[in-house]
Design a protein around this ligand. Sequence first.
Ligand code: AP5
Length: 219
Amino acid sequence: MRMIFLGPPGAGKGTQAVKLASKYGIAHISTGDMLRYHVKNGTDLGEKAKAYMDSGRLVPDDLIIEMVKERLEEEDAKRGFILDGFPRTVNQAEALEKLLKSKDITLDAVVLFDVDEETLVRRLSGRRICPNCNAIYNVHNSDYPEDGRCKRCGNGLIQRDDDRPEVVRRRLKVYEEETAPLLDYYRNKGSLISVDASSESDAVLYAIVSLCGGKDDSN
Ligand code: AP5
């Protein structure tokens, strides 16, 4: 299974990618998580990326493309992958297409997470993440841990720096201007599948699995 998850900030791409990657035993490749790791660890890439991320702009294509190329070489990605948050520009999509072609790999689906803006803003303002294991939570959801600690590893949950309202507005604008053109790019190739991602999480998972040709037997 090789998929791309496409959609605006807060649409639920990361939440579903974790579940599906575990269900199918494939790699979850989140460029956002990878960049946050680099920032946290003060690498060269992290230092270059930080100002872009903090202001809600996209990190330059050449840095991202190189990072993804290396990640796709890793062993777990050979079984399959979900690209979460990549590609985000037509330039990135073309680079990915060239790379996959050189490896004789085809994509199974490009899944568009369709959510209205009001829901996105609510989800982003309530999101908390575990800085240790990247688990995603939301203060508005019933399974939010009362003690504010990660259920998986016990670490204290935090709000992402780029989930502040002024940065969220910028990220939504950047999505419309730079990433939304990818919808036509993949639609023209016949690989775009749209999912109503505004419903509750298990329903979204079921919709993705059904539309991608499988049967959700995870329960
Ligand atoms: P990145 O981390 O990729 O952010 P994003 O695309 O803006 O996506 P989000 O992580 O905000 O949202 P999501 O769709 O994954 O939603 P989630 O599952 O968390 O990128 C961050 C930055 O890195 C970018 O701004 C850019 O600077 C840089 N970057 C990354 N990739 C790049 C690239 N390719 N090129 C250039 N720059 C790049 O869910 C959101 C919340 O909603 C959570 O709290 C969750 O619990 C909740 N939720 C999810 N689903 C549901 C549901 N069905 N019902 C109720 N609540 C739900």
